[in-house]
Design a binder for this molecule. Structure first.
Ligand code: 5GP
Ligand code: ZN
Length: 139
């Protein structure tokens, strides 16, 4: 897609440090890493959000995340990784081309878990749990 940074990377118009590539998926180092080895995994085809991906391409992207996680951790001697997708602008997505972050982590990095994303999580009672679960199932 015109004006998409990640499409430009796929097209070879913006240089990058590629760590994996096949016909459908590209993985490369984040230019502003949160940690050494911070890797982005993208579908080569432009789709904005996870919800927009065809199921087989979603599977390909996650399979690549799966295959690369050990390699990323080993390359930078990380104890763990945070694997995350900012899915839509309201969730902090800045580049509107689906990408999974693989961020190497250690006990000493001062980083936080996913549960630190929200300051004031809701208190949900059993009825609400049931309603929300039903709404998701029925959608
Ligand atoms: P988002 O906030 O959309 O989840 O993350 C976008 C990520 O893309 C950021 O971590 C940012 O550093 C990275 N990024 C933005 N532009 C470029 C670029 O031109 N090259 C690379 N390698 N990463 C980029
Ligand atoms: Zn794109």
């Amino acid at each position: 897609m015109a004006d998409c940074i990640f499409c430009s990377i796929v097209d070879g118009d913006i240089p990058n440090h590629t760590v994996y590539e096949d016909d459908d998926v590209l993985a490369f180092l984040d230019v502003n890493p949160l940690a050494r080895g911070h890797t982005l995994v993208i579908p080569k085809e432009h789709h904005e959000r996870v919800n927009d991906l065809p199921a087989d391409l979603a599977a390909d992207v996650f399979a690549t995340v799966h295959d690369l996680t050990d390699d990323v951790e080993a390359a930078v001697d990380a104890e763990a990784t945070t694997i995350a997708v900012n899915n839509g602008p309201a969730a902090g997505q800045e580049v509107p081309h689906v990408h999974a972050h693989i961020v190497p982590r250690s006990e000493a990095d001062g980083g936080k878990p996913v549960h630190a994303l929200i300051d004031n999580p809701p208190e949900v009672d059993d009825d609400e749990f049931a309603d929300v679960a039903a709404a998701i199932r029925d959608d």
